[in-house]
Design a binder for this molecule. Structure first.
Ligand code: ZN
Length: 385
């Protein structure tokens, strides 16, 4: 479903969201995927970046994550290095955060967007008033890691400090109407040396910066499966250095066939996350091999699942709306908590409202399941207070 398919006013979601629930919490949004395409284009022009696309229309076609240019996680992720370059450096990171927060507050509850992601719905159903943003500061230093050079043009300390300042400034501007904080992502596609530098930066800055909420592991599972116990141990050490006992922990794991159930279980045990993103392998192993170990582990440890509907369908982690419904019912069957997020709303030309509307229209979720997920997001957020 695209944003253009829905009409303002008569949505199922509008009937489901009660008047007292007009402020929602969203937990899983990447900074690289939450600056609208039209704003990335403007930032590129302002910064004198060339060679990204021949025209604005080409730029939209290139960046918009649709069923035509995705199909698996590796393809879904392949344009993020362009965005990371546009967002590189303290001032661009700061600008991106302001845009992402304003966008979530203003357009998160809209069911209509313009072609470049402009808000176009005069009657949003809700606002996102608490937003966790995640990004990799090392990938904002102006380096293309895919070309193997580990040191960046920009200073990562300045980037982290600028990000925290942007978050605080937005909260002041909104007079408490929006609250935010960051999860810093280790990269499955980064060298151990660079990941270790990130761990040490997080450990240093979390002492003074309250906006640092937690850590995550992201990037293509094909690049680092962590099926090797020595590598998993190394990643666990980095999580301990960065997060210790005082930050939140989440991890992208089990989204693709590159990670099997045994590796999924080992990863959860080693990295000790409070939440997990897209744990599809746990459900699929149960459906296809009647192996419930992954689901039982999630239930036993009360790990909250971060589900991102459209992105899971674009990467073919989940086939379609019907299978999404089955996924949600399976989690309920095992008493596992879950929340709904957009992952990269700007690049998917979607909003949280659109994703939820999609589930309702296809009867993949019931109103009760949706309302429970809203409350779960409030309980599971790493934003305190
Ligand atoms: Zn994600």
């Amino acid at each position: 479903m695209t944003a253009e398919n829905t009409t303002t006013g008569a949505t199922l979601l509008r009937q489901v969201v009660p008047p007292e629930k007009r402020e929602l919490t969203e937990l899983h949004v990447h900074l690289g995927g939450s600056v609208p395409i039209y704003r990335l284009w403007e930032m590129g022009i302002a910064r004198g970046i060339r060679g990204v696309a021949h025209s604005y229309e080409d730029f939209i076609r290139l960046l918009h994550r649709s069923s035509e240019n995705t199909g698996d996680l590796d393809h879904y992720l392949e344009i993020f290095d362009i965005i990371e370059l546009i967002q590189a450096g303290p001032s661009a990171v700061q600008e991106s955060i302001l845009i992402a927060l304003n966008g979530a507050y203003r357009t998160g509850g809209m069911t209509r967007l313009g072609p470049g992601g402009e808000g176009g719905d005069p009657e949003p159903i809700f606002t996102i008033s608490r937003l966790e943003l995640r990004f990799n500061p090392m990938k904002r230093t102006g380096v293309l890691f895919s070309r193997g050079e580990p040191s960046g043009l920009f200073d990562v300390d300045r980037i982290i400090r600028a990000a925290c300042e942007a978050a605080e400034e937005s909260e002041i501007a909104y007079r408490g109407g929006i609250r935010t904080g960051f999860l810093f992502c280790f990269g499955r596609d980064m060298s151990w040396e660079v990941n270790r530098t990130l761990a040490e930066k997080v450990r240093y800055w979390k002492k003074s910066q309250k906006k640092i909420l937690g850590v995550d592991l992201a990037g293509p599972e094909s690049a680092m499966t962590l099926s090797n116990p020595a590598e998993l141990e190394q990643m666990a050490e980095l999580f301990d250095i960065a997060a210790g006992d005082d930050l939140g922990r989440t991890v992208h794991v089990g989204e693709t066939p590159h990670v099997n159930l045994d590796t999924f279980i080992a990863t959860i045990k080693a990295l000790k996350p409070h939440r997990v993103a897209h744990p599809v392998v746990a459900a699929r192993s149960f459906w296809e091999q009647n192996d419930a170990r992954g689901l039982e582990l999630l239930a036993e440890r009360d790990i909250c699942c971060e589900l991102c509907v459209k992105s899971n369908i674009l990467t073919k982690a989940i086939a379609d709306a019907a299978e999404y419904g089955r996924f949600i019912r399976t989690l309920d069957e095992f008493g596992i908590r879950y929340t709904f997020s957009t992952d990269s709303p700007a690049l998917q030309l979607t909003t949280l409202a659109n994703e939820l509307e999609f589930l309702l229209q296809h009867a993949a979720v019931t109103p009760e399941q949706l309302l429970r997920a809203f409350s779960t997001a409030e309980q599971a957020t790493f934003i305190k207070g």
